[in-house]
Each structure stands twice: as C-alpha cells, then as structure tokens.
Design a protein around this ligand. Structure first.
Ligand code: ADP
Ligand code: MG
Length: 445
C-alpha cells in the first residue's frame, strides 16, 4: 500500500503542494484534527494546533508545517506523540512525523536555524524591534532597559487626585511605594478603563526611584510580559528571562487580563509570581476586573491573585471629577477655563477620567485657535453632540422599552423566560445593546 503513494519530500526540495495530497489522507488528517480539538479543547487547539498544516503525507509519514520555530518546538514537545497515535488509529501505521517551519502562503521553508550564529548587535536596531538573538554578555544592560517600560512623567502621586472612589487604591499604592517591608502581596488594583490604574503604578515606580533608588523595579504591561517571554522561548533564553524577573524587588504588571486564554504565558507568569512572593518581593498587579472575574485565567492563579490586598477603583463621582479638572487646569497652565465651565464638564461627563481630560483639552485648543476666551457657551457648543447623547439616559430599562417597541413586543415578553423564536432574537439584541451601552454585566442583564 505504501509504495502506491509518493513519499513526502524532504525539506529543502520544496514542499509538495497540498492539493496533490490524496484526498483520503487529507480526510484522515481532518479526522485527526477533529480529535485533537475535542481532546485539547478549543482554546489550546486554536492557539497551538489549528496553525499546524498538513504539507505532505503518506500513510507512514507526515510532513506538518507550522508558522514559527517557537511553535514547532512547542508542538513537538507537547502534541507530537498524540498526533502520531491518532494517525495510527486512523491508518494502522505509526507514522514518522516531520515538523517544519513554513511561511504560510509563501509555500517556502524557512531558512535553517540561526540560533547558533550570534547576530552582530547593530547600533541602529532598537532592542525591542530586533528579533534576532543577541549574545548573552552584551545583553544584560539593554535587557534591563527592555524590561521596564518607560514611565510617564505626568503620572506621579502629586498629580493624582484622591476621592472616595480611589482612596483605598491610592493609600495602598502609596504604602507600597514608601515602605520597603512587604505588607500585602500582591497589591491588586482593579477598575474600569481610564480610572487611574496605570497612573498609580507609574506613581509607585517614580516614588520608589526617588526614595529607594537602589531597589530594582520592573513595570510592564502583561502584553509586554508575554512578548518578552515568547521571545525568550524562541531564543532559548528562558534562563536569563527568569533571572531578570526573579531578581527584582518590585514587579508591577499592568492589565493582567491580557494573559487570559494565553496558557503558556499564564504558566510562566504564575511561576514568576510565586517565586517573587516566596522571596518576599513586592508584586503589584492591575486588571480591569477583580481576580475572581478574570475569565480565561486559571482558577489557581485567580485565587492566588486575591491573597494580598485587592483594591478596586470605582467610577468617579462629581466631586472627584471637579477636583481632577481643577488640577488639570492648573497643570496645563494655559487653559483658562472659568469655574462654571469646569463644573459643567464635571456634571455632564461621567465616563472615565481620560475622556474628561480630553474634553478640557479640546475646549482649550478651540479657545486658543480662535483666540477667544473660554466660556460656558463655547463649552456647550463644542460638546453639543456628546452632551445630547449623554443626557439621554441610557439605562437597561430604556433599552428594553426601545427594543420591545421596535419589535412590537411588550417589555414583559422580552423579559420573560419564554424561548419563542420571535422573542429570542430581540432579547439577544437588547442584551447586546445593554452590554455595550450600560455598565451592567451579563449576569445582571
Ligand atoms: P487606566 O490605566 O485605569 O485605564 P490611566 O491610569 O491611564 O487609567 O488614567 C487615564 C488618565 O486619567 C490619565 O491621564 C491619568 O493621569 C488620569 N487620571 C485618572 N485618575 C486620575 C486621578 N485620580 N487624578 C488625576 N488624574 C487621573
Ligand atoms: Mg492602564
């Protein structure tokens, strides 16, 4: 049976065109893929197995293409033997499997391994943009700079306005920055977009630099953490990656929700986290929701994240918004907005602080460009569209009413548990709109 089929070609001789493959073998491969998907689950399958392509096959041999070397190593280490078994179950022969790195679509095999040849560090290449491995010895200083993200000079404790909604988070952040003794670990800050999480983390870093310059602080987004980790894996450099992270006094990871569903990164994050906490080093984490609401993050990690102090930042109230605007007006200097304008903004804009600032700047720019003093009239005019939108209160009740009206239903029908087809779609639409336009969560809706 074997000799009936063309053996797959060796790398370098050009990958066989997938359409040349026997449809029978292709079907077998599809069946193997289906089983992999149900065994490992959608998440793993989509991240690691979906990109694996069949590029050549006989019953006794498979050539599989993956887009990157990192992926090739990962698939080889974790899934290869299972693929072999499943293929054997399909065709009765234990196949030899060759995994090769293929540029998707280009139909070309990648250049051979470059890990052995140290790339000359080029003066012009920025460390982050460079995706070639660099020799170890040269690495340490540039690497350190790589690791901590640049800090925004505006984000200090001085410029952070404290109100009821953020006082716990602020106090905890301040404590972490001033004391060297670890009191709660981790400090977990969470709250909606634009409410000052990043500001507080930068403030911690600035304050530590000022008070305890010898302490080593790393601040970075969870996204960058993942990027660094993957890079280390690709260049087989995980040892120095681990060393760098585990030698810090304070590690701050911003927007940790980013690593949801990223299993390998979570794993590494968890090890790093545990190593630091075990050695009594301070860890500060931020997220857009509480530890227990972090979907897509493993249960053991979620629960561990909640062990220290969890401080949430609530949406701003009127007084805090007023305070923030006054402080921004002072900082910006050239925006001479009268109090009534500031009060107007604080009253009308209840979304996040970033937007609040944005509007103040917009008004300032308009005044400066037209060489007219800022007035309430002007502010109202500039923000007309937005304010109209905002004043029409968007509540769950309003949305229910509007959607029910549109589909000529009663609100009660929309809210009922009946699963009639005529009700299900309007109900889903209403839920979708509520989720998009109100702060209600799905369970509440
Ligand atoms: P998050 O990280 O929570 O999304 P940021 O920290 O980036 O939010 O804050 C968004 C903007 O709002 C920044 O310019 C920040 O300086 C400002 N901001 C947020 N809260 C405050 C506050 N309490 N006092 C002063 N500025 C604030
Ligand atoms: Mg942020």
């Amino acid at each position: 049976m074997t000799d009936r089929r063309k053996p797959y070609e060796a790398p370098g001789e050009g990958a066989p065109d997938p359409v040349d493959l026997d449809s029978e073998l292709r079907l077998s491969w599809e069946s193997v893929r289906g089983k992999l998907k149900s065994e490992f689950g959608d998440k793993t399958f989509n991240s690691w197995l979906r990109p694996v392509e069949l590029v050549g096959a006989t019953p006794s041999g498979l050539a599989l293409g993956v887009p990157t070397r990192f992926m090739r190593d990962w698939v080889r280490a974790h899934y290869l033997s299972r693929i072999q078994d499943l293929w054997k179950a399909e065709l009765g022969v234990l196949p030899e499997i060759e995994l090769k790195v293929e540029l998707r679509g280009a139909g070309k095999t990648c250049a051979p391994e470059t890990a052995g040849e140290p790339a000359a560090p080029s003066a012009s290449a920025t460390p982050v943009a460079s995706d070639r491995p660099r020799p170890h010895q040269l690495d340490t200083t540039s690497r350190q700079m790589d690791l901590t993200a640049p800090l925004d000079p505006r984000f200090t404790f001085d410029s952070f306005v404290v109100g009821k909604s953020n006082e716990l988070a602020h106090a905890a952040a301040h404590r972490v920055a001033s004391e060297t003794k670890v009191q709660f670990n981790p400090l977990f800050l969470y709250g909606g977009v634009g409410l000052g999480k990043t500001h507080l983390m930068h403030a911690i870093a600035w304050e530590i630099r000022r008070r305890h310059p010898q302490r080593k602080v790393i601040y970075m987004s969870a996204e960058k953490f993942m990027y660094q980790f993957i890079r280390a894996l690709r260049f087989k450099d995980t040892m120095s990656f681990k060393d760098e992270f585990r030698s810090v006094d304070v590690l701050m990871i911003d927007d940790v929700q980013f690593i949801a569903h990223k299993d390998a990164t979570q794993e590494e994050f968890f090890h790093t986290f545990n190593a630091l906490v075990d050695h009594n080093r301070q860890v500060v984490i931020s997220a857009d929701r509480s530890p227990s609401d972090l979907d897509g993050i493993e249960e053991r990690i979620r629960s561990r994240l909640g062990w220290g102090l969890v401080a949430d930042i609530h949406p701003t109230d009127y007084e805090l918004r007023l305070g923030i605007l006054q402080s921004k007006r002072e900082q910006l200097g050239d925006i001479e907005a009268p109090d009534e304008v500031i009060e107007f903004l604080a009253r009308r804009i209840s979304s996040n602080v970033r937007e609040l600032e944005g509007y103040l700047i917009r008004i300032g720019a308009f005044a400066s460009l037209t060489s007219t003093p800022i007035s309430l009239e002007m502010a109202k005019n500039i923000l007309k569209d937005i304010i109209v939108e905002k004043t029409k209160e968007v509540t769950v009740e309003n949305i229910q009413k509007t959607v029910a009206n549109h589909f000529q239903l009663k609100t009660a029908e929309l809210k009922s548990a009946q699963r009639l087809k005529t009700l299900v779609q309007p109900r889903q639409i209403a839920m979708y709109i509520c989720r998009k336009l109100t702060s209600a969560s799905y369970p509440e809706i």
